[in-house]
Design a protein around this ligand. Structure first.
Ligand code: KG4
Ligand code: ZN
Length: 357
C-alpha cells in the first residue's frame, strides 16, 4: 500500500529517547489537523530517583519492558487491532543511544512483521508540533520557544519542516538550569517540577541573580552562570538552607525561577518583534512551568500576542507528539514512510539538519 499524503492513516508513535516510554495512536485524514486517538506513558522517574539522575542502561532496559504492553494499551483504548496500524513512527534522535535503539528496534520489527512502513521522527520536532494536539491548535507562521532538558531555542516556524533558528543557548539549557539548581538545593530529580513547587512558597525578589545575555542584542541564551550564582548564594547561606521547611531555600528557589523565566519571556518577545509575528508556541518540558506560563500570558496579552502550549500532560516526553509529528510530516509531503527496516539512531541531531529524511 503506497503511503500518500492524502490517505487516511492510523499512525503508531513510539517515544523512548530518555526516561519516559510513550506510545500513542494518531489518525491522519490527509487534510486538517491529525487527531489523537489514544496515548499511554510510563515514566521512569521513580526508578532513577535513587541515583539522582537518569542511568542510561537502566533506562534502555525499562523501555524494553514497557513498550509492547503500552502498545497493547493504546490499541485497546482506541478499539483498534494491531493490523489496522498503517505506519509505525519512532523517535530517531536526539537522545540516549541505547534508549533510542529500543524504540527504533521495536518500531522496525513491528513494521516488518505487519508489512507496514516506518518513519523516524526528530524528538524536538515532536515537541515543536505538540501544541497541535491541543483543542485549540496554532496556525503557521509562529515563533516557537523550545525549552526542554537539553535544548533552549527560539525558532521561526513557517510550516512543517520549515524552521529557522533565531537563537539558542550557548551552554546550559533552561531545563538544565532548573535541574542543576534544584540539585544544589538538595531537591533531587527531576529538578524542574520540584524547584517550581518550592518556588511557589518563596519570595522571587529575595536574591538578586544574574539574567544572562538579557541585553546581548541577540536571541541567544546562557544559563551556566546562573547555576554558579545559585551555588555561591547557597554556600553563603550554608546550614540555614538545611533546616526543614527553610524559608530561605524557598526564596532562593523562587529567585532562581524568576531569573530563568524573565530571560525566556523577554527573549521570546524580542523574537516576536524581530519576526513581526503575533503568535507564540511554547513547547518542551519547561513549558509546563506555571510561572513561565503566567508571565508569558500576561506579557503577550498586553501586546496582542496569542500563546499556544501543549496540554500540560503532553509538555514532557510522550508518544503522542511523535505520532503527531509523523502524521504532519506525511500530510505535508515532507517525508515518506519507508519499508527499509534497517535502522539507525541519531543521539546528536540538530533540528536545523533534519533534512527530508
Ligand atoms: O522535554 P522534556 O520532557 O525532556 C527533554 O526532551 O529534555 O524536558 C525535561 C525538562 C527537565 O529539565 C525538567 O526539569 C523540566 O523539563 N521541567 C520543568 C517542569 N517540568 C519539567 N521545569 C520547570 N518547571 C516545571 N514544571
Ligand atoms: Zn523531550
Amino acid at each position: 500500500m503506497p503511503v500518500t499524503p492524502a490517505a487516511s492513516l492510523l499512525i503508531l508513535g513510539i517515544e523512548s529517547s530518555c526516561d519516559e516510554t510513550g506510545v500513542a495512536l494518531v489518525r491522519s485524514t490527509g487534510q486538517g489537523v491529525p487527531v489523537l486517538r489514544s496515548h499511554a506513558l510510563h515514566s521512569q522517574i521513580d526508578m532513577h530517583q535513587a541515583y539522582g539522575g537518569v542511568v542510561p542502561e537502566l533506562a534502555s532496559r525499562d523501555h524494553i519492558r514497557r513498550v509492547l504492553p503500552l502498545t497493547q494499551t493504546v490499541l485497546a483504548q482506541a478499539g483498534a487491532a494491531l493490523d489496522e496500524i498503517d505506519v509505525v513512527a519512532y523517535t530517531r534522535g536526539p537522545g540516549l543511544a541505547g534508549a533510542l535503539l529500543v524504540g527504533a528496534g521495536v518500531a522496525c520489527a513491528l513494521g516488518a512483521a505487519l508489512e507496514r512502513p516506518v518513519l523516524g521522527v526528530h524528538h524536538l520536532e515532536g515537541h515543536l508540533l505538540s501544541p497541535f494536539l491541543s483543542a485549540d491548535p496554532p496556525q503557521f507562521p509562529f515563533v516557537a520557544l523550545l525549552v526542554s532538558g537539553g535544548h533552549t531555542q527560539l525558532m521561526r516556524v513557517d510550516g512543517v519542516g520549515r524552521y529557522e533558528m533565531l537563537g539558542e543557548t550557548i551552554d546550559d539549557a533552561a531545563g538544565e538550569a532548573f535541574d542543576k539548581s534544584a540539585k544544589l538545593l538538595g531537591l533531587g530529580y527531576p529538578g524542574g517540577p520540584a524547584l517550581s513547587r518550592l518556588a511557589a512558597q518563596g519570595n522571587a525578589q529575595a536574591y538578586k541573580l544574574p539574567r544572562p545575555l538579557l541585553h546581548s542584542g541577540n536571541l541567544d541564551f546562557s544559563f551556566a552562570g546562573l547555576k554558579t550564582a545559585v551555588m555561591m548564594q547557597a554556600r553563603k547561606l550554608g546550614p540555614a538552607l538545611d533546616v526543614p521547611d527553610s524559608a530561605l531555600k524557598a526564596d532562593l528557589a523562587a529567585s532562581t525561577e524568576a531569573a530563568i523565566v524573565e530571560v525566556l519571556v523577554k527573549k521570546s518577545l524580542a523574537a516576536l518583534e524581530l519576526c513581526g509575528l503575533d503568535r507564540l508556541v511554547v513547547a518542551g518540558g519547561v513549558g509546563a512551568n506555571r510561572t513561565l506560563r503566567a508571565e508569558l500570558n500576561q506579557s503577550c496579552a498586553r501586546r496582542g500576542v496569542r500563546v499556544h502550549y501543549p496540554e500540560l500532560a503532553l509538555c514532557t516526553d510522550n508518544g503522542a507528539m511523535i505520532a503527531m509529528a509523523a502524521a504532519m510530516r506525511l500530510q505535508a509531503g515532507m517525508q515518506e514512510a519507508s519499508r527499509v527496516y534497517a535502522f539507525d539512531v541519531k543521539p546528536r541531531w540538530p533540528l536545523d539538519q533534519i533534512g527530508a529524511a
